[in-house]
Design a protein around this ligand. Structure first.
Ligand code: FE2
Length: 286
C-alpha cells in the first residue's frame, strides 16, 4: 500500500499533467482528450498520446530498459501471423501456411528490478483508469507474470513480422528509438471476434498494401492499440541504436494468462501458471 501511495503521488514525475491531466477526470481538458481518443479508437483502433511522458522520466526509463535489455529472449525464425505450427491440412497459399522472417527479443516481466520506474508507471492506477476511460472498458493488469510488462527489443537489423496480440488492447511506450526504420504499421480490424477473415489476411500477406497504415512513434509517446484484431508489425530497425519499446498489457477480464505455446515462443520459457486452467478472452487462434 505504501508503495502504491508513493507511486500515485509521483504521477507528475512521469506524466506531463499540464497537457494531459490524467489525474483530473472531471476537468474539461481530460474529457476532451478522452473524447478524441475514443473517436480515434473507434475509427481505426489506434491512438497516440504524443509526448505524454516527461523527458526526464523517459531518460530514466531508457536507462532502466538498457540495463536489462541483455535479458531479452531472442527469437530469429520464421513464423506465421498466428504463431502456430505449419498445418498441411490447409492449402499451400493459406495464411496459416505463410511464414515470415522474425528476429527480435522480449524482456519478460520477471526481469525488471524490484525498484523499477517502468513498473511504477505500469502499475499506476491513475494511468490505468485513464486508459480504461479512453478504451471504454473495465480493465485489469494482465495476470500473466511474464507477459504483463515487457520490453520489445529490436537491435539494428531486427524486425517484428505481422502478428496479432493475445490480449484485447496494448499500450506501448517507446523509451528508445532506433536511428532509422522501426515504423509501426497496422491493418485495422482485419479480423473480428468470430471470423479470422482469411481472405483479407491472404491479400495482405501476398502483397496488397492498400489497407496498411503507418505511424512513426517518438520517445515519450504512449500508444493505445487494439492489437487483437489488427495485424501489425514494426519495420526493420536500422542504424546503430537499439529500439526499446515497453509494452504495458491490460485485459478486460480478470486473471487472463497467455497460452503455453505463445509464451514459450516469446519468452523462451513457461511457468506453472501457464499450464494450469486459464481464462482466455476468446477462441481465436493466437
Ligand atoms: Fe503486437
Amino acid at each position: 500500500m505504501i508503495n502504491m501511495k508513493i507511486q500515485e503521488e509521483n504521477i507528475s514525475y512521469f506524466i506531463n499533467l499540464d497537457k494531459f491531466p490524467i489525474h483530473e477526470p472531471q476537468s474539461s481538458k481530460y474529457q476532451t482528450i478522452v473524447k478524441e481518443a475514443r473517436e480515434a479508437l473507434d475509427y481505426d483502433g489506434c491512438y497516440v498520446l504524443k509526448s505524454i511522458v516527461n523527458s526526464n522520466a523517459i531518460k530514466d526509463m531508457q536507462h532502466e530498459a538498457s540495463s536489462i535489455e541483455s535479458f531479452a529472449h531472442y527469437t530469429s525464425n520464421k513464423v506465421n501471423v498466428y504463431f502456430s505450427k505449419d498445418d498441411p491440412s490447409y492449402p499451400k497459399d493459406h495464411p496459416r501456411r505463410f511464414f515470415m522472417e522474425r528476429s527480435n527479443g522480449f524482456v519478460s516481466g520477471d526481469k525488471f528490478p524490484e525498484k523499477s520506474k517502468i513498473k511504477d508507471l505500469y502499475y499506476s492506477e491513475i494511468l490505468k483508469n485513464f486508459i480504461a476511460d479512453c478504451l471504454e472498458v473495465k480493465m485489469y493488469h494482465y495476470a500473466d507474470p511474464l507477459a504483463s510488462l515487457t520490453i520489445n527489443v529490436n537491435k539494428p537489423g531486427d524486425r517484428f513480422s505481422w502478428h496479432y496480440d493475445t490480449n484485447e488492447f496494448t499500450v506501448t511506450m517507446l523509451v528508445q528509438d532506433c536511428d532509422k526504420g522501426g515504423i509501426f504499421q497496422y491493418v485495422p480490424s482485419i479480423r473480428n471476434k468470430d471470423d479470422e477473415c482469411y481472405d483479407e489476411v491472404q491479400k495482405l500477406l501476398h502483397g496488397d498494401t492498400s489497407k496498411i497504415k503507418e505511424i512513426k512513434l517518438n520517445e515519450g509517446d504512449l500508444q493505445l492499440f487494439k492489437g487483437r484484431y489488427a495485424l501489425h508489425r514494426a519495420t526493420r530497425a536500422e542504424g546503430n541504436k537499439t529500439r526499446n519499446l515497453v509494452v504495458f498489457t491490460y485485459t478486460e477480464k480478470e486473471n487472463v494468462i497467455g497460452s503455453t505455446y505463445r509464451t514459450e515462443e516469446l519468452y523462451g520459457k513457461t511457468l506453472d501458471v501457464h499450464k494450469q486452467t486459464k481464462v482466455r478472452s476468446d477462441n481465436l487462434t493466437d
